[in-house]
Design a protein around this ligand. Structure first.
Ligand code: FRU
Length: 506
């Protein structure tokens, strides 16, 4: 079905509760609803927004079009958690209902300031000729959870030299100064980020462009993020318009980081190493980070990409967020590990250890559609070895080490229903190691695979049949030894049982 402009810009507030109920039933009857990931009650989820800690809880909003699996009028949907694991659906956090965000409350970020959660976001507007005019807006949430918008935008103009692709403010505080970086496009149609500063959250001064060594690197940098970790500066962003290169940049749009010296805010100079992709899988984009009260830097991404159809579209919903990952720096690389809090969801445990030789084997307790598993392979002379997940008669999702090419390979050729075929069915990255460890999170329609303690991550949606639930271990042309432990996942509480009306209204 083609969605008309009217349908895309229909307001959820005007939809009857019967219609919402029907929509919710259609969504809930989908065989691919997740069990421990944040997913939209109906409609389409995209970027994580306003990821923060405030008033004793984590807050994580997301871009939301409530009425179907398309990019239409965007709201911010609000979820919160005390432990980064059990998330409660709160309801709509920001409605696109003013002249400065009439065509969508687009992405942004939040930090606590002056005892309140201060949210910066992009108000997307279109004029009568459908020309875009972005505003950077402020909204403030108090302890009562009510979000109030400031009546004027805090940045009302796109600065000279840049186009209307100007969005996604990420705010932080350093000393007594507030900074925000905003994704932008220069008039020559190359991407970059702009730095602003403020002393009060209301008046913002343009400092200028962050000076990177990537002058010509795609046509737009979405969702930038800057933070310091282990005495280094990290600039994360999602560039659009990169050509695929060998194993890199295989998805429609990319997401990655530059690791370097701390940003010198006086001249905005950022000296850094090469651009490295954050995730090697098929479905990852528009990530955002926050700092926990105990000082950890945590990242959540959108487990999806724009402009690609997904099988869940038929049930009127699309996408979910990734699990939260803790970031650290090791040997000049950003390392990503699932947050330790996720261990709280570990249920019944199974173990296996074996040496397999040119064969594929299954073990008691090793099957399922929602689980966590850690598997360490060593002493191999096999040419390749690995795991088949969500495997059935015709289906399997394969993660393996190709010891000849020294590459990790994720293969979703036979994962189930097809998705994003235009962009291929395998993803690879180089890794030279004697021991290979896969830390796997499988949910009904996704895999997140952390390799060698977070050196690489492969995140992907998959759409297998319900009964494709075997876990198989294999070695080809030689042998490998492994040890594996697997935990059933307890269901993530809080999401399931609420009515559609409750989900939409506060
Ligand atoms: C990234 C993005 C952002 C924008 C938002 C709109 O996926 O395009 O740049 O703010 O989505 O939903």
């Amino acid at each position: 079905m083609e969605w008309t402009k009217e349908q895309r810009y229909r307001r959820v507030e005007e939809v009857s509760s019967e219609e919402m109920k029907e929509l919710t039933e259609k969504v809930n009857s989908c065989q691919w609803r997740q069990t421990f990931h944040i997913q939209p009650p109906t409609g389409l989820l995209n970027d994580p927004n306003g990821f923060s800690y405030y008033n004793g809880e984590y807050h994580l909003f997301y871009q939301w079009f409530p009425l179907g699996p398309v990019h239409g009028l965007k709201y911010w949907y609000h979820t919160k958690s005390k432990d980064l694991v059990h998330w409660e659906n709160v309801g709509i956090g920001i409605h696109p209902d003013t002249e400065f965000d009439s065509h969508g409350a687009y992405s942004g970020s939040a930090i606590e300031y002056d005892g309140k959660l201060h949210i910066l976001y992009t108000g997307n507007t279109r004029d009568e000729n459908w020309i875009r005019h972005p505003y950077q807006c402020l909204a403030i949430m108090g302890e009562d959870g009510v979000v109030k918008k400031s009546d004027q935008p805090i940045i009302a103009e796109v600065p000279a030299g840049y186009t209307d692709h100007f969005r996604d403010p990420k705010v932080w505080e350093e000393g007594n100064v507030l900074y925000t970086i905003i994704g932008a496009q220069r008039e020559n149609e190359t991407g970059c980020v702009l730095l602003y500063s403020s002393s009060d959250f209301r008046n913002w001064k343009l400092e200028g462009e962050i000076q990177t060594e990537l002058e010509q690197f795609g046509y737009m940098w979405e969702c930038p993020d800057y933070f310091e970790l282990d005495n280094q500066g990290v600039l994360i962003f999602s560039p659009q318009g990169l050509e695929a290169e060998e194993d890199c940049y295989q998805n429609i749009y990319q997401s990655g980081y530059l690791l370097g010296d701390k940003l010198d805010v006086s001249n905005r100079l950022f000296t850094h190493g090469e651009f490295i992709e954050l995730d090697r899988g098929f479905d990852f984009y528009a990530q955002q980070t926050m700092q926990t009260p105990d000082g950890r830097r945590i990242l959540v991404g959108w487990m999806g990409l724009p402009e690609i159809e997904y099988p869940t579209d038929r049930n009127e919903w699309a996408h979910c967020l990734t699990l939260p990952r803790e970031l650290s720096v090791r040997d000049g690389k950003l390392i990503q590990q699932p947050v330790k809090e996720l261990q709280a969801l570990r249920g019944q445990q199974s173990k296996a250890a074996d040496t397999i030789n040119n064969q594929t084997k299954v073990y008691t307790g090793f099957s399922g559609t929602a689980y966590e598993m850690i598997c360490e392979f060593e002493n191999q002379d096999a040419v390749e070895f690995g795991l088949e997940l969500r495997a059935g008669k015709q289906e399997k999702t394969v993660i393996k080490y190709d010891a000849l090419q020294k590459k990790i390979v994720l293969d979703r050729t036979a994962s189930g229903e097809e998705v994003g075929m235009l962009y291929g069915t395998t993803r690879k990255c180089s890794l030279d190691a004697r021991k290979i460890k896969f830390h796997v999170f499988v949910d009904t329609s996704s895999v997140e695979i952390f390799i060698n303690d977070g050196e690489e991550v492969f995140t992907s949606r998959i759409f297998p049949r319900n009964h494709s639930e075997e876990i198989r271990f294999f070695a080809r042309e030689g042998q490998v030894s492994f040890q594996a432990v697997k935990w059933e996942r307890e269901q993530m509480l809080g999401q399931a049982e609420r009515s559609s009306e409750e989900l939409v209204c506060r």
